[in-house]
Design a protein around this ligand. Structure first.
Ligand code: PGA
Length: 249
């Protein structure tokens, strides 16, 4: 049995006062029986750690450097994230891949840095609309996974969470149907198993316009183990409703 996991990706949103209001809104609203994590921007990690600790909500970062320290202006290392209380980190989000040119090799190096520091990486994969329309969605996602597996090895992969986020569904209001998502999650699990990973224990999250209205139908699918939530994680009521749907599934 894989415990459901709901991760809020705040992206480049927030501010000290707004963070207090958001976390306040989650008080008493996060159910038992589901793992919940929020990923604020770097400057607010320590603030949110202090605020969210008592809620039992975990802390994640949105990215990290592949290096552990040194002359890398503007970058943040995995040991620093651990130092301020992070347990999780997103790696290879499509916005990093497209806006910052991050490729599979760098993504694998970042995962390795995260694992070395004791952080739990959430590896994001997903196809563009053009790739889906061209019938290449599964091929693209399998190749993103294969490249990371080949660099990290099957044993390390079992310690990962994978987030399937079709690029065309992120921030667009256009969600993959539960059937489309489930098919891809099965494909991801099979790709991992085929590479020798203990795929049955790997949690595979769906991300892309998850809302309080569509979460329950997604979570009802046997291979959808939770959600990576962007926009809806910025409104306490919406985020907590998604967590409640996960706990109830
Ligand atoms: P969204 O973002 O929920 O706003 O579509 C998801 C993500 O990018 O992680």
């Amino acid at each position: 049995m894989r415990k459901k996991l709901v991760v809020g990706n705040w992206k480049m949103n927030g501010g000290q006062a707004r963070n207090v209001a958001l976390i306040d809104g989650l008080k008493g609203a996060i159910p038992e029986g589901v793992d919940v994590v929020v990923c604020p921007p770097y400057p607010y990690l320590a603030q949110v750690k202090a605020l969210a600790g008592e809620l039992g909500v975990g802390l994640g970062a949105q990215d990290l450097s592949e290096h552990s320290a040194g002359a890398f202006t503007g970058d943040v290392a995995a040991p620093m994230l651990r130092d301020v209380g992070c347990e999780w980190v997103l790696v290879g989000h499509s916005e990093r891949r497209t806006l910052h040119g991050e490729g599979d090799q760098l993504v694998a190096a970042k995962i390795s840095a995260a694992l070395d520091a004791g952080l739990a990486p959430i590896l994001c994969v997903g196809e563009t609309l053009e790739e889906r329309d061209g019938g290449r969605a599964e091929e693209v996602v399998s190749s993103q996974l294969a490249s990371v597996v080949s660099q990290l090895g099957a044993v390390a992969m079992a310690g990962l969470v994978v987030a399937y986020e079709p690029v065309w569904a992120i921030g667009t209001g256009r969600t993959a149907t539960p059937e489309q998502a489930e098919l891809m999650h099965v494909c991801i699990r099979e790709s991992l198993a085929g590479a020798g990973v203990a795929a049955g224990v790997v949690r595979i999250l769906y991300g892309g316009s998850v809302t309080a209205a569509n979460a329950a139908a997604l979570f009802a699918k046997p291979n959808i183990d939770g959600a990576l939530v962007g926009g809806a994680s910025l409104v306490a009521e919406n985020f907590s409703s998604i967590c409640v749907a996960a706990a109830a599934s």
